[in-house]
Structure formats: structure tokens, C-alpha cells
Write a protein that binds this ligand. Structure first.
Ligand code: CAO
Length: 441
């Protein structure tokens, strides 16, 4: 049953689902009005001409809706068909139930069809507080197709007769979603409370009108990382805090150490020192080593320090993870970063090498630039960007002295971290990098 006594229905709105051994079919209401009485129950057998409901038509005339009111409906067959048994023990397709929220349909979640919510429940769940029911018009095969792809038919524009949703409509919707042009589900998931990102469609431009063009396929890594970056960019309220650390003494120490230990094959890097320094600061500001719970009501503090680092590869960006940075020395961290970066460039990283990070560093120090705004690697809540160190004149109270300054760009999730906390974090990190003995404190 897609409606009950008292429901307001529109002309062409599906009111009941009938099912045979081979197919199920929704019967549309011939005109708009209010359902006065249901004449069939769930599980009843109906045939052509069976009275299904009494409708008080909008014009005020009571109207009886017999089965197969539409000549095209399969109920024109003489075979009896049971009304859709939602509570049946036999798993059966639940096309109508899925119309409420196909993203949680049996196909998508593994929930058996017979435990799916009733259509009305599903619709109410989708539109809480709304009394009028707007069930998208689509045939059972299109509903099954949409369910298979996890598509919510409420979000699909129907271009068929009387706004019926066609297979092409579902395909277009999926194409738009894959291309990242779809913003509504993102806004809903972000807890936007209906304040969806109603943006203009992506501009379609024939560039060849203006000059020669060439089309190149995005790399596999870019195709995979693009949607993640897009989600993180759209769903996380980012703020970036910029600061500089005086690494003059640290860089000298690093060079001296590398010279002294070259024969043992030890090569420390600035990135490895920064990772170690970050652990000390993360311990002091544990919010930065956390994740937001799915319902955004709690933060989950992590008592371990696994550090992701962005690695530039010919095919795109990957983020391998150095595990247990708090338990390792700088030389070992540097060596692991080197190994993981080499594997990344050869495309040999395993899934586990890229999982479990609690905080990420993106270092462009070896490339150049003065600052940038890194995108947080969800579900983490902060990422530190490093740019190229440069000698700068720094006032020491009496005179300007040349100091090697490392630019830092800390992007943080403003839902979890306040601006003042972020400024304290980078100030503390700068202090630790200026004097690594602070790590021992
Ligand atoms: N300032 C100045 N020089 C720096 C520096 C800094 N902040 N950081 C590194 N360098 C120097 C190094 O000392 C090294 O020089 P030497 O060989 O003379 O010692 C040189 O730059 C090259 O360093 P590197 O980049 O190979 O090594 P790394 O440890 O700094 O970084 C890795 C390793 C994997 C992070 C890096 O190779 C990489 O892929 N970086 C790109 C990350 C990226 O693309 N980020 C953007 C992501 S978008 O958010």
C-alpha cells in the first residue's frame, strides 16, 4: 500500500503496488483528491475491476478507483495478483519501499526487502514533517535499476510522459554524480538541514571553438583521489593558519648529523624532524589528533600517532602513512618516508600502507612556494603544509639577523578546532622546531 485513508494524493501518483510471480507494478491514481477508504489490504488478491479505494476527488466528487484503471496496466490480465506483501517471509523486490530512500535500499545495505520500511515510512523518513507524499513515478524495472546503483529516485528529474523517470534519467543522474556535479546529497550528508548547495550546472564549453585542444584521460590515482578531495573540500569547513618556524639551528644539526652518519647510510630530512616535533605538539593539543564522530556530536581522540605524508608521484598524489611516529627516531622515520615514497612512485604501495593516519603533513619544501592551503584528509581534522625554507632577516631585539625560516600552513576543521587553538598549535610547533630539546619536555 502506498497510501492510506486520509492521505492526499495527486493525479498519476502511485497508490498501490501489485505483484505477480513475474513482475510488480504500481497503479497510479486517476485523479487528485483525498483517500476516503482503502478497499484492499496488504496481501489481498486482486484482479481487473477489483475496487481498491474510494477517493474524494479534489472537485468534491467521490470516485472509486478500480484495479487496472489505466488501460496499460498489466492488471488487464486475468491472472489474480496479490497486493505487495511487505511482511512476507520470502525475500521479494521492494520497489516501493526503496522509493523513499534507495540509498538505504536492500541492494545498497544488504537489508532484506521484507524488513524494509513501508513506502509511507520511507517517504516520511526522507521528508520528515511533510504530510503530502510525493513518490517519484518510475516503473518497477527502473526502480530496480536505480536501487542497483544506489540512486535515490527523489533526486532524479523525470523526463518521460507525466514526469516519469526513464532509464536515461537515472543514467544521466549517475553520470552527473560521478562527474562531481551533484551537490544535493553532499549537502544533506553534511547535516546542512536542507540548506543544500544549489549551484549552477557546470559550464559546457566547446573549447575547440577558441583553439586547438587535446583530451587526456585522468590517471587512475587522480580518478580515485578527486572525489575524496572534492568531498573533503566541500564538507569540511577549512581554515588555514599560517606561521613560520626558525629552523636555522635544526637545519645545521640535520646537516651535521647527515655528514657524521653518512657512512652508516643515515640521512635525516626536515620532514622527519617535523613529524617528530608534531607528535610533541599533538600530545599537548590532542584535538588535532582526533576525528569527528559520524553524527558530529563527539570527537574521537586517538592515543596513537600515525602520520600520513603527501607523496608526489608521476600518476598523482598518494598519502602513505608512517605508523607509530612517537615510538621511532628521526633517522628511522626519514628512512621509512623514503621507502614509502619510493614505493608510491613505483605504484607498489599496498592498501595498508595508506591507512590509519591520525594527522597528515604535505611538504612542498623541496619544490618551492611560500604558503598554500592543504585540504584536510578526512576523517582527520588537520593537515600541516610545509613550504620552502628561506633565509630572512629576523629582528632579535637589537638587530636583524639572517635566520632560516620554514613556512607552515595548518588547515584545520573549524567544527573541531578553534582559531585560537590553531594559532597556539603553530606557535608551539615553531617553538619546538626552533629548539628540538622541547620534544623531551
Ligand atoms: N625547505 C627547503 N628545502 C627543503 C625543504 C624545505 N622545507 N624540504 C625539503 N627540502 C630539500 C631537501 O633538503 C632536499 O634537499 P637535499 O637533497 O639537498 O637534502 C630536497 O629539498 C628534496 O627533498 P624531497 O622533497 O625529496 O624530500 P622530503 O623529505 O622533503 O619530501 C616527499 C619527501 C615524499 C614528501 C616529497 O618528495 C614529495 O613528494 N613532496 C610533494 C608533496 C606534495 O605533492 N604535496 C602537495 C599535496 S597537495 O596538498
Amino acid at each position: 500500500m502506498l497510501v492510506k485513508a486520509g492521505d492526499k494524493v495527486e493525479a498519476e501518483q502511485s497508490v498501490i503496488t501489485v505483484e505477480s510471480d513475474k513482475a510488480s507494478m504500481e497503479i497510479p491514481c486517476p485523479q487528485s483528491g483525498v483517500v476516503k477508504e482503502m478497499k484492499v489490504n496488504m496481501g489481498d488478491k486482486v484482479k481487473e475491476g477489483t475496487l481498491m479505494l474510494i477517493l474524494e476527488a479534489s472537485a468534491g466528487i467521490s470516485s472509486e478507483a478500480p484495479a487496472a484503471a489505466e488501460p496499460s496496466a498489466p492488471l488487464a490480465s486475468n491472472e489474480p495478483m496479490p497486493a505487495q506483501p511487505v511482511a512476507s517471509n520470502e525475500p521479494k523486490p521492494a520497489p516501493a519501499a526503496a522509493t523513499g530512500n534507495p540509498l538505504q535500499s536492500s541492494a545498497a545495505t544488504g537489508t532484506p526487502a521484507n524488513t524494509a520500511p513501508s513506502p509511507a515510512q520511507a517517504v516520511q523518513a526522507h521528508n520528515p514533517g511533510q504530510t503530502s507524499i510525493a513518490i517519484p513515478h518510475a516503473s518497477p524495472s527502473i526502480r530496480a535499476f536505480a536501487r542497483e546503483l544506489g540512486v535515490d529516485l527523489h533526486l532524479v528529474n523525470g523526463t518521460g510522459p507525466k514526469q516519469r523517470i526513464t532509464k536515461e534519467d537515472v543514467q544521466q543522474f549517475v553520470k552527473a554524480a560521478v562527474a562531481g556535479a551533484l551537490t544535493k546529497p553532499v549537502a544533506e550528508k553534511s547535516g546542512g538541514g536542507g540548506g543544500g548547495l544549489e549551484v549552477l550546472a557546470w559550464p559546457k564549453v566547446d573549447f575547440s571553438k577558441f583553439g586547438e585542444t587535446e583530451e587526456l584521460e585522468l590517471s587512475r590515482i587522480k580518478k580515485l583521489s578527486g572525489p575524496n578531495l572534492h568531498r573533503n573540500w566541500v564538507m569540511i569547513p577549512h581554515v588555514t593558519q599560517f606561521d613560520e618556524a626558525d629552523v636555522t639551528d635544526l637545519e645545521q644539526f640535520r646537516k651535521d648529523t647527515n655528514t657524521a652518519m653518512a657512512k652508516q647510510g643515515v640521512k635525516t630530512t626536515m620532514l622527519a624532524f617535523v613529524m617528530k616535533a608534531c607528535v610533541a605538539v599533538l600530545r599537548k593539543y590532542p584535538n588535532f589528533n582526533s576525528s569527528l564522530s559520524e553524527d558530529c556530536s563527539k570527537i574521537i581522540l586517538k592515543k596513537f600517532y600515525n602520520m600520513g605524508f603527501a607523496a608526489d608521484t608521476p600518476n598523482g598524489l598518494v598519502v602513505p602513512v608512517v605508523k607509530g611516529v612517537d615510538t621511532k627516531g628521526v633517522a628511522q622515520i626519514a628512512s621509512e618516508v623514503g621507502e614509502l615514497a619510493a614505493q608510491a612512485r613505483e605504484g607498489k604501495l599496498k592498501g595498508a600502507d595508506m591507512q590509519g593516519a591520525t594527522f597528515t603533513i604535505s611538504s612542498l619544501g623541496g619544490v618551492g612556494g611560500t604558503a598554500f592551503t592543504p585540504i584536510i584528509n578526512a576523517p582527520e581534522v588537520a593537515i600541516l603544509g610545509l613550504s620552502r625554507s628561506d633565509i630572512k632577516p629576523v629582528w632579535n631585539g637589537k638587530e636583524f639577523t639572517p635566520r632560516l625560516m620554514l613556512p607552515m600552513s595548518l588547515s584545520y576543521d573549524h567544527r573541531v578546532i578553534d582559531g585560537a587553538q590553531a594559532a597556539r598549535f603553530t606557535t608551539e610547533l615553531a617553538a619546538v622546531l626552533a629548539d628540538m630539546r622541547r620534544v623531551l619536555l
